[in-house]
Ligand binder design. Structure first.
Ligand code: ZN
Length: 253
C-alpha cells in the first residue's frame, strides 16, 4: 500500500474541494467525473507499472550507485535456453539473478542447480505464473508464493529471499500477501520487452540506450532471441567496462 495512501489522500482532497465548489455553484458537476476517471486511471497504471511503487515498494535500481555496476535479471525459467544463458554469463564473467517459476523448476531441477552452483542468485516468481495473477485472492497469491518457494527450496535446500511479481502486476491483494512474507521485492528500470519485440537488434538498441550504473535489466531465459540479445548486451557492457552483478551485490546486501 505504498504510494496508494498518497494517491488516495490527493483524491479525498480533490473531492472535498470539488464538492465545495459545486455546492456554491462555482463549477460543473462534471469535475467529479473527471476526478473519478483520473483516480481510476492512476490506480490502473500503478497496478501495471511496478516502477511507480503504488501498491508495493519494489526495488527498481540502486540509485546511489556510482560505479559501473549493473544487474541482469532473467524471468520465467528454468528452460532449455537457460544453459545457453549460463554459458554466455560464464564467458563474459557475469553474475545474474534468475526469477524462477516453480512449475519450470519441477521440470528442470538440474538446470536450477547448475544456475545456483555457478554463483547466480535465485529468486521466486510464483509456482504457476498464472495469467490470472491480478485477479487472485490474497490467499491464492500467498499460496502461489509459498508453493514457488517450497519448490525451489526442495531442489536447492535454501529459501529464496527475492520475489518478483509475474508481469510486474501488483494490487492491494498482492500487496497484502507480500506484506506477510520475508521477501525483498524486485522490479526493474531497464525493460527489454524481449517477449514482445520481434527484432533482436531493436531489443538490443533499446537496452543499450538505457544502460546506467545501478540499473536492473529485465530479460527472459525463454527464447533463442533473448539469448542472442544477451550476447550483444554482454559484449556492449564489457566494452563499457561494466561489472555484471547479482541483485544482492548491486544493493550491497
Ligand atoms: Zn514472468
Amino acid at each position: 500500500m505504498w504510494r496508494l495512501k498518497l494517491i488516495n489522500s490527493f483524491g479525498v482532497l480533490y473531492f472535498t474541494v470539488v464538492s465545495t465548489l459545486v455546492f456554491v455553484n462555482k463549477i460543473s458537476v462534471w469535475w467529479f467525473l473527471l476526478g473519478g476517471l483520473l483516480w481510476i486511471g492512476m490506480l490502473t497504471w500503478g497496478a501495471f507499472d511496478i516502477r511507480l511503487n503504488v501498491f508495493v515498494k519494489a526495488i527498481t535500481s540502486n540509485k546511489g550507485e556510482t560505479r559501473k555496476r549493473i544487474a541482469i535479471t532473467f524471468d520465467d525459467g528454468p528452460t532449455l535456453f537457460t544453459p545457453m544463458v549460463l554459458e554466455l554469463l560464464h564467458k563474459y564473467n557475469a553474475k545474474a539473478t534468475f526469477f524462477c517459476i516453480g512449475n519450470q523448476v519441477s521440470k528442470y531441477p538440474l538446470i536450477l542447480k547448475q544456475t545456483f552452483v555457478e554463483g547466480h542468485l535465485i529468486g521466486n516468481h510464483t509456482q504457476t505464473h498464472t495469467t490470472r495473477m491480478g485477479f487472485l485472492s490474497a490467499d491464492e497469491v500467498t499460496q502461489e508464493i509459498e508453493l514457488g518457494e517450497q519448490t525451489i527450496e526442495n531442489v536447492l535446500g535454501i529459501r529464496p529471499m527475492w520475489y518478483r511479481p509475474p508481469f510486474g502486476v501488483t494490487n492491494p491483494k498482492i500487496a497484502n500477501a507480500l506484506s506477510k512474507t520475508h521477501y525483498k521485492i524486485a522490479g526493474w528500470n531497464i525493460r527489454s520487452l524481449d517477449t514482445v519485440i520481434d527484432r533482436e537488434q531493436r531489443i538490443f538498441e533499446r537496452l543499450k540506450r538505457k544502460i546506467r550504473p545501478g540499473g536492473i535489466i529485465l530479460l527472459h531465459d525463454t527464447s533463442n532471441k533473448s539469448v542472442n540479445v544477451l550476447e550483444q548486451l554482454l559484449i556492449e557492457l564489457t566494452n563499457q567496462h561494466y561489472e555484471m552483478v547479482t541483485l544482492d551485490e548491486l544493493l550491497n546486501h
